[in-house]
Design a protein around this ligand. Structure first.
Ligand SMILES: [Zn+2]
Length: 156
């Protein structure tokens, strides 16, 4: 998670960083960060998942753990399931993002998993939560808005 937080230096206005770790080898096999200024679908998790697909660990599925600074949105959580990743660790919750004024689709990652029979995925939230929440405080969102970036309120 510390690596995911560090990656947000690449995208301070949209501090969504993501790291995928192979649990047996204990090494990072893919990482990414929000690039929605290039493509609105290019959330941090999507960036990391695309890099995973290009790697030799693409079929490691259940052996992979995805770390992300914020709870995956429905698009990303669905992509995580299709990628076969069965463990997701996040810091900031969607509820916190909503409280801070970040525009969010109101479907939690847990609901995406619950409504996906045949898939297994364990969610672990609140890891390094204070550090992740500090990335997403209202102050940061306001700073983005004051710079005229509407994307400051767009999730990943
Ligand atoms: Zn997303």
């Amino acid at each position: 998670m510390r690596r995911a937080i560090a990656l947000t230096r690449q995208c301070p206005d949209l501090p969504f960083g993501c790291v995928i770790v192979h649990r047996d080898r204990g090494e990072i096999v893919a990482e990414g960060w929000n690039k929605s200024s290039v493509n609105p679908l290019w959330h941090g998790e999507i960036d990391a998942l695309n890099r995973l697909a290009e790697s030799s660990s693409r079929d490691a599925g259940s052996r992979l753990i995805l770390y992300t600074t914020a709870e995956p949105c429905p698009m990303c959580q669905t992509a995580i399931l299709w990628s076969g990743i069965e463990t997701v660790v996040f810091g900031t919750s969607i509820r916190f993002l909503q409280e801070q004024g970040w525009r969010q689709i109101d479907i939690l990652a847990e609901e995406v998993i619950r409504r996906s029979p045949g898939w297994a995925c364990t969610l672990i939230g609140g890891v390094l939560e204070d550090e992740c929440n500090a990335l997403f405080t209202r102050r940061n969102a306001a700073a983005c808005a004051s710079r005229g970036s509407r994307s400051g309120y767009t999730r990943r």
